[in-house]
Design a protein around this ligand. Structure first.
Ligand code: C2O
Length: 575
């Protein structure tokens, strides 16, 4: 196994789209940032040099970081941020994992522009894929272009004072030809294909705001992996991908040579406003004409590309089916087995609520100016702890103090009712729109090795979105999903304990539920949060702490020698 090294110089650069010059924070001047390509078992060293004015961390999304929570990249939880003009080297390995993951900044909304692919290939070479060896492998990163300052957007959403919104969707950083400014059309991503060849698309949703439907006119996808775990090949003409998820799909260039749009459509119209633009993006899959006799290479670039027929933006069933159709590849030797014993059960509702703004001890529990809308898990919104050192360092050096900083995330919501029918919410649909919530630094502690089952329940409390719930440091088995309110008596019988998909980001359907199981086997303090940027910034987050056998503290190795320190500047706290 090799050591793969990268240097990430983070800086602000000016990029122009839609006639507007915008200052964006990127790695090595690129949006998206550089791809890291490694082989299973390799060690990775990424030297992050912070030439930006921001405090930074980078998270390696989906990398398990076994006994290496120090490298997880969560500000003030696992590390002090890397200050401007400082640098830090993240070191981790990718043993036992293969497929498509990604990396992103984990500070404010910065991940909108600070992200890239992390591709792990099998040790035995591409011919050992459990599917036909592709002719080429292509990362397809779906993202957003923001003209608004990302910190301002984050703050504005948290404070509920700004209607922050992205300007355009992107594929591999390109807006696409539905966007133009004074007649000049934006470039779209172009994928050149050769007739008859098979391409492996490594699709990543790096967006903050939207789940996407992805289609290519005239072509089908064969899904072979999701979140860096192989799945039973599944053929579909549409991919549904929520923020944080990855999907590996084979595409055979078997259509008539020509040009075909590849369209990414944000679903579940984020703005209820029917006038709001549908911020799709499109690229073009174009067949090369090398085989044409006579005049050599001739691109059929004058052809008008064929458009795919997209699902309705408001129809979430294609996403429900897409996620429900995934099963893990049974005959893959590395596939772990679903544990049948369960040590801890959690039932966690995901919703919105309201708290009193700071300085207001009581407030109208509504959209009044003295209250604040927050996103919650079991009706508690996460409060960043005020710390002078990261929680994980405290856990390592002074574990007794950690306990005083945390409150236990309730095992179940404060009230049990029909969550998904607004008419049946106890106070009636109007009053219950915003549940009176609380704010706390919530955590759950698990003994190392315990098997945890979580049912996430989406709710109708002002929530009109699905929730992609991401757990750091672990993969989870997704046992079942359903519409409406979870019913243990009925729904536990539907669990797939044979070949459930294995994911790090679990799609909780809108007004529905999902059941998952995982083995809490990796000591450390791990984020469990919604990967929608606005839900995260509004507090849909908890800490999952895996405690190991030692009586006090943890058997984690010492933090890296060059670990960033926080200094005494209180602005260093993540916003
Ligand atoms: Cu991809 Cu906590 O994030």
């Amino acid at each position: 196994a090799a050591v793969v090294e990268h240097t990430f110089v983070v800086s602000q650069v000016k990029m122009t789209h839609l006639c507007n010059e915008t200052l964006v924070t990127v790695v090595n001047g690129q949006f998206p940032g550089p791809a890291i390509e490694v082989t299973e078992g390799d060690s990775v060293a990424v030297h992050v040099v912070n030439k930006s004015p921001h405090n930074l961390t980078i998270h390696w999304h989906g990398v398990k970081q076994r006994m290496n929570c120090w490298a997880d990249g969560v500000p003030m939880i696992t590390q002090c941020p890397i200050l401007p003009n400082q640098s830090f080297t993240y070191r981790f390995n990718v043993a036992g994992q293969e497929g498509t993951l990604w990396w992103h900044a984990h500070v404010s909304f910065l991940r909108a522009t600070l992200h890239g692919a992390l591709v792990i290939r099998p040790r035995r070479g591409a011919s050992s894929y459990p599917f036909p060896k592709p002719y080429m492998e292509i990362p397809i990163i779906i993202g957003e272009w923001w003209q608004m300052d990302l910190f301002k957007a984050d703050w504005g959403i948290k404070q509920h004072v700004i209607d922050a919104y992205y300007t355009a969707s992107t594929i591999n950083g390109k807006l696409g030809d539905i966007y133009n400014c004074s007649g000049a059309v934006e470039d779209g991503y172009k994928l050149d294909v050769e007739p008859g060849k098979t391409y492996l698309l490594r699709v990543i949703n790096a967006a903050l705001f939207a789940e996407y439907y992805l289609k290519i006119a005239g072509h089908k996808f064969t899904i072979v992996a999701a979140d860096a775990n192989y799945v039973t090949p599944y053929t579909t003409d549409v991919i549904a991908i929520a923020p944080g998820e990855t999907v590996d799909a084979l595409v055979v260039a078997d259509a008539a040579p020509g040009r075909y749009y590849m369209v990414a459509l944000p679903n579940q119209s984020p703005k209820p406003d029917p006038q709001s633009p549908v911020l799709i993006t499109r690229g073009i899959v174009q067949y090369s004409n090398k085989q044409k006799p006579g005049n050599g290479v001739e691109h059929p670039s004058i052809d008008i590309p064929v458009s795919p027929e997209m699902p309705d933006q408001h129809d979430l069933m294609p996403s429900f089916y897409f996620h429900g159709n995934l099963t893990s590849l049974v005959h893959h030797p590395q596939r772990p087995r679903v544990p049948t014993r369960v040590d801890e059960r959690l039932f966690i509702t995901l919703g919105l609520g309201s708290i009193c703004r700071q300085g207001h001890s009581s407030c109208e529990r509504s959209e009044s100016p003295d209250s604040l809308i927050v996103a919650t898990m079991n009706n508690v919104s996460f409060q960043q702890p005020a710390l002078e050192m990261p929680l994980l360092e405290m856990h390592y050096y002074n574990p007794d103090r950690v306990a005083t900083m945390l409150q236990e995330l309730p095992k179940e919501p404060p009230m049990v009712y029909n969550y998904t029918d607004p008419a049946l919410i106890p106070l009636g649909p109007k009053e219950a729109k915003l549940e009176p919530s609380s704010e706390a630094t919530v955590a759950r502690r698990f003994r190392q090795g315990s098997v945890v089952e979580v049912v996430f329940q989406g709710t109708a409390l002002l929530q009109s979105e699905s929730n992609p719930m991401h757990l750091h440091g672990h993969d989870v088995f997704v046992l079942a999903q359903g519409e409406g309110t979870y019913d243990a008596g009925r729904d536990a019988a539907r669990y797939n304990l044979v070949n459930p998909p294995i994911k790090n980001t679990v799609h909780v359907p809108r007004l529905g539920w999902v059941a998952l199981r995982f083995v809490a086997d990796n000591p450390g303090i791990w984020y469990m949060h919604c990967h929608f940027g606005f839900h995260l910034s509004m507090g849909m987050l908890a800490l999952f702490i895996v405690e190991d056998g030692t009586t006090v503290g943890t058997s984690l190795p010492a933090p890296p020698a060059d670990f960033p320190t926080c200094g005494h500047d209180h602005k260093l706290m993540p916003t």
